[in-house]
Structure formats: structure tokens, C-alpha cells
Design a protein around this ligand. Structure first.
Ligand SMILES: Cc1ncc(COP(=O)(O)O)c(C=O)c1O
Length: 386
């Protein structure tokens, strides 16, 4: 069996979530908008899922908008609030290390005449709340900062940022897609206006997520064609998905993260003991499962492929687009040299990861790096003598 160290990409479906979903896939086939008994049964399941998710957030069920995942939740939050507020102002503040769902939504708004401030981060990937305060102007309508980064695991000071947004009465969106695998968001403590969630990062099914929207927030829908989700997201709801999501949320709440943090730190320690390997992200304020490094002299994609052949599943911070590998915008924003950023590796642990998995990963990664560097050395010598 492969050692799966890519939980930030997606996590295995929890058995309990699958069990809870099965009756809604097999037996309760009704459309929750139908008024007959089958429809009412599906509606009841959906309502219960909404109530359970709301309860874990300390929120009201009507504040939950089910979406197809984190990407849609981010799009809805950013474009929905920006469009609704465009008569008041057209300035948005975000960070330069957000997920592409946020970055691309902002880029689209920019093309529509909005002004976007992309805040810088420090070497560990942290946003400085003072920079947020300085960036907010009279026409700012939204601030969007993630709770934790998906590539390097750095946790952001969202409560501090939320406090200053509240003071200035500006909507605050938090992408909590990665952090909610470890602690459910606290919209009130963060003084947030909108929070994005995704089920498949926390042991739920793929294709379902949610946007928590504080009561009274003006937001235009992105999808039209139905009155579902209180007119905020048209389309027949993913009932089984919502039930799996709610079940996974309820299961994941009270885990003790100390053992995972120990394994994460051992992994970082073992990898950074290798020559020319540097940790990325914050040393301590990072997600319990996230170990990330940059490695001199290799391509991250080559290393991920080499590890895969050895039965270790990992990922790189680089995004592959149409055959060319661009260094990650997150690493570049953190001030990492573009050449070095090509050699990024992200290993994200799960509840099943063992000490033996971690030790084997360190050993195999060391061997793969040595092999790839030797090949790169041979290649550059061949080019030099050609
Ligand atoms: C921080 C963050 N936001 C948003 C998303 C998108 O979530 P989904 O895969 O559910 O669309 C991800 C997924 O990797 C993420 O890590």
C-alpha cells in the first residue's frame, strides 16, 4: 500500500460519512424541492445536515449556503459580495498567497474595473495585520485572507484581521478550507462575514462545500436558475454529499493533534538535515499535518514522480499549466528564489500516518534527491561539453 502524504489535496472518505450517505444515494432519491413524500425525506436530510454544520460553527442554519466545494464558495464570496457592493466601492484587499480560487476571482474583478490590493507576506508566508489596516481605504468593500495556506501550511492571524475589518465595517472573508480539517472555523471569534469550507479536505466526499454567510450580508448569486439555498445558489442540492459532509464535520472535531505535530516536525527535521533543503512556511504556526520544503537542484515534479514509483504519494507547490511548470505564486510571494521554488515538495499527513511512514519517507526522499541531482549534474556536464 502506498504511503499517502497528500491530505491537503484530498483526504480519504471517512467510513461513517459513506455509511450516512448510502441511504440517500440508494433509497431516498427525492429532489428536496419536490413537495411529495420522497422530496420531503430528502429535504429533511438536507436540513439536518445544514443544522449540524451550522451548530459546529456556532451559526444559524440559514447562514449556510451549500456549494460544489471550496472553489465555488470562494468565488461566491468574493464576486458575490463585490458585485453587491459595487455601487459603494470597488476596492478589495487580499493576500498574495491565497488559493487560486481567490486569486482568479480577484483577477476577474480586476478586469471588470475593481482595484485589488495583494498584500505581501513575510518569509514564513504570514500577512501582517498592520498591512491590512494600511491597505483599507474609503472604497474598500471586502478583505479576504485564508485561515491557513494550502501549500506551506502557515496559519494567518485572522482574528486580528477580522477585528480591524469589523472596526471599519468592511466585509471579511476567510477561506478556511485547509484549517477546518483541524479546527472548525469560529466565525464570531474571527469577526468574519463569510467563511469557505470544503468537505473532501476533512474526510467528507468530493464535490460539496459550503459558504457561511453572516445574516444580513448583501451578496449576489453566481448561478441562476432556481430558488435553492435561499436564492443564493441555484441548482438541485447534493443531498448525499451534504449528509457526508455533516457527518465528517461532526467526527473530526475533538482529535488530539499532538502526535501528528510530532510526526510533521520529525519529517521537516529529517528533510532539512539533507544538504540544501530548506523548510518553507512558519516553523510553529502551521497546520498540524503540513511539512513543506524547497530543494536545490531538482524539479519538484520530478521528485514527486520518483517518490510515486517508490510508493510515496506527495505533491509539489508548482502548478502545471499546459505542459510548462510555473513556480508557485505562494513561494515567490514569500521571497523564495524562483529557481529554488521549482524544487518544492509538500507532504501532508493524515490520521493514519505512522512513525514508520515518516522514517521511510525521509530515507526514500534522500535517495531520490541524490539520484535526481546526479542526473541533473550529468545533464549539465553533457550540455557544457556539447
Ligand atoms: C485553501 C483552499 N481553498 C480552496 C480550495 C478549493 O477547494 P475544492 O477542492 O473543494 O474546490 C482548496 C483546495 O485545495 C484550498 O486548499
Amino acid at each position: 500500500m502506498a504511503i499517502y502524504l497528500d491530505h491537503a489535496a484530498t483526504s480519504p472518505l471517512r467510513a461513517e460519512a459513506l455509511e450516512a450517505m448510502l441511504p440517500y444515494l440508494r433509497d431516498h432519491h427525492g429532489n428536496p424541492s419536490s413537495i411529495h413524500a420522497s422530496g420531503r425525506r430528502a429535504r429533511q436530510g438536507l436540513d439536518e445536515a445544514r443544522e449540524r454544520i451550522a451548530a459546529t460553527l456556532g451559526a444559524q442554519p440559514r447562514e449556510i449556503v451549500f456549494t460544489s466545494g471550496g472553489t465555488e464558495a470562494d468565488n461566491l464570496a468574493i464576486k458575490g459580495v463585490a458585485w453587491a457592493a459595487s455601487a459603494k466601492g470597488r476596492h478589495i484587499v487580499t493576500s498574495s498567497v491565497e488559493h487560486k480560487a481567490v486569486m482568479s476571482s480577484c483577477a476577474m474583478l480586476e478586469r471588470q474595473g475593481f482595484e485589488i490590493t495583494y498584500l505581501p507576506v513575510d518569509r514564513s508566508g504570514r500577512v501582517d495585520p498592520d498591512e491590512v489596516a494600511a491597505a483599507i481605504g474609503p472604497y474598500t468593500v471586502l478583505v479576504s485572507v485564508q485561515a491557513a495556506n494550502n501549500e506551506v501550511g502557515t496559519v494567518q492571524p485572522v482574528a486580528e484581521i477580522g477585528a480591524l475589518c469589523r472596526e471599519r465595517r468592511i466585509a471579511f472573508h476567510v477561506d478556511a478550507v485547509q484549517s477546518s480539517a483541524f479546527a472548525m472555523p469560529e466565525p464570531d471569534a474571527w469577526q468574519a462575514t463569510l467563511v469557505s469550507l470544503s468537505a473532501h479536505k476533512l474526510g467528507g466526499p468530493k464535490g460539496i462545500g459550503a459558504l457561511w454567510v453572516r445574516r444580513g450580508t448583501a451578496m449576489l448569486p453566481q448561478l441562476s436558475g432556481g430558488a435553492q439555498e435561499r436564492q443564493r445558489r441555484a441548482g438541485t442540492e447534493n443531498v448525499a454529499g451534504a449528509i457526508g459532509f455533516a457527518t465528517a464535520v461532526a467526527l473530526g472535531l475533538d482529535a488530539d493533534h499532538a502526535p501528528m505535530i510530532g510526526l510533521r516536525d520529525r519529517l521537516i527535521e529529517g528533510l532539512t538535515a539533507l544538504p540544501d533543503v530548506e523548510r518553507t512556511g512558519h516553523p510553529t504556526d502551521r497546520l498540524p499535518n503540513s511539512a513543506s520544503v524547497v530543494i536545490e537542484g531538482i524539479e519538484g515534479g520530478d521528485l514527486v514522480a520518483a517518490l510515486d514509483l517508490e510508493g510515496i504519494e506527495a505533491s509539489t507547490g508548482s502548478a502545471c499549466t499546459t505542459g510548462s511548470v510555473e513556480p508557485s505564486h505562494v513561494l515567490l510571494a514569500m521571497g523564495i528564489d524562483p529557481q529554488l521554488a521549482h524544487g518544492s515538495l509538500r507532504l501532508t499527513l493524515g490520521p493514519q500516518t505512522t512513525r514508520a511512514d515518516v522514517e521511510r519517507t525521509i530515507e526514500v526522499t534522500a535517495a531520490c534527491i541524490a539520484r535526481l541531482r546526479a542526473i541533473a549534474g550529468l545533464h549539465s556536464r553533457a550540455v557544457a561539453t556539447a
